[in-house]
Design a protein around this ligand. Sequence first.
Ligand code: 6PG
Length: 461
Amino acid sequence: MLNLPKSTIGVIGLAVMGANLARNFASRGYQTSIYNRTFSRTQELVFDHPDHLQGFEELKKFVESLELPRKIFIMVKSGQPVDDIITELLQYTDRKDIITDCGNSYWKDTQRRQEQLRHKINFVGCGVSGGSLGALHGPSIMPGGVSHVVDSLLPYLQHVAAKDFESQPCVANIGEGAAGHFVKMVHNGIEYAIMQSIAEIYDILRSKQNNNEQIRTVFSKLNQGSLQSYLLDITEDILETQTQEGVYLLDLVLDKAENKGTGGWTAISAIELGVSVPSLSSALFARYASNRDDNPTNTQQVYQKLDDQGISDHAVYNLSKLLELGFFASYLQGLELIQKASDKYDWKVNINEVLRVWEGGCIIRSQMISTLQYYTKPNPYLQRDFITKFAEHIPKARHLIAQTKAPMATNNASLDYILTLLAPNLPTNLIQAQRDYFGEHTYIRTDTGETVTGGWNKSNG
Ligand code: 6PG
């Protein structure tokens, strides 16, 4: 029997992301073994891309084909399928081998798996962003786990990753424990928020009877400077796409947005950690709201009659400022969430490295990341002073929102978030007073710094 050379890399799960990741490794010259539950898929892939790919029908043979320590990347559906494949792999692997879960796994599952596998195998939770083409040509890669194990994977991952603004690979040791999957989850939360902010701008423009070509022209003007971004690039492409019959394809898409769960996990994690992420959560809720039961045709007349003042001559400038606020608030909320989780779980995440890894390959890449880098570099903790830079945009953004009747869930949330950060005093003194009034929950007196209760004129019990 032919003695094939051992493979450097193993990839399990050959749906589009896994297949493209395997092809990416193979295209960099790595001998890559591949395995999929359905063998015909493995055969197809090897047939189409024979160079450096070796397919296996049996998991045991796949494992045996790998050089030691084995580097196995799994890209299967999150949840039980990940546990199932790990259990199977453990029959054939060694203690020093490395299993890297590259799917969108819930970070708490990753934490649990790392704990369960601690004495059995090395387990890395790795976020991969960039969609199917990213996986093929260069994704943004966010691995987390035991530091020296993650470090040992970096030379391989650096070859397949996208490039940052300085042409360095968009991969870094994100941090310990489940940091990799947490950061990828937050990436997706930000993704939801930026997508919703863009969709709301589209709604403003559409409600002014602009056709898709006109809207695309506006978006091409917005897609500049710090807003230059992948999500605006694809929005432009989407807006100009027509069917063979000359109909805009976007106009044929039903307005119900789905999700696969990562945005929900982001909101849950933010609640658990006590971090305010209104842009991220509002974008998730906007998707839920779009799945309303009725198509409200009977409300159309009422809606049409609602006042809409239209957008003024300075529309593009104002739209760009509103969108900048949206992008900025979304990144900021996500970064705060990551920092809080890192502090709580002692993951030692470097926010600057996270931003660098997001400079290329991922869905939320944009020029604004360099601004954020500039402000976060001197200090690992986020600096608030640069928020003032956005203060001057607020009146225009507020004015724009007031002029339209299009629902502005996320742009409004972003605007309010920035205002909340800017306001020297919040009205929450009244909340504390009310809590103390009816429940003696105490409050801090600003004149003495003491925690006290009572002192109210109580005519209402
Ligand atoms: C990426 C994306 C990707 C995600 C899709 C769909 O970074 O490549 O975040 O991982 O799965 O965008 O997410 P939803 O189905 O939840 O919209």
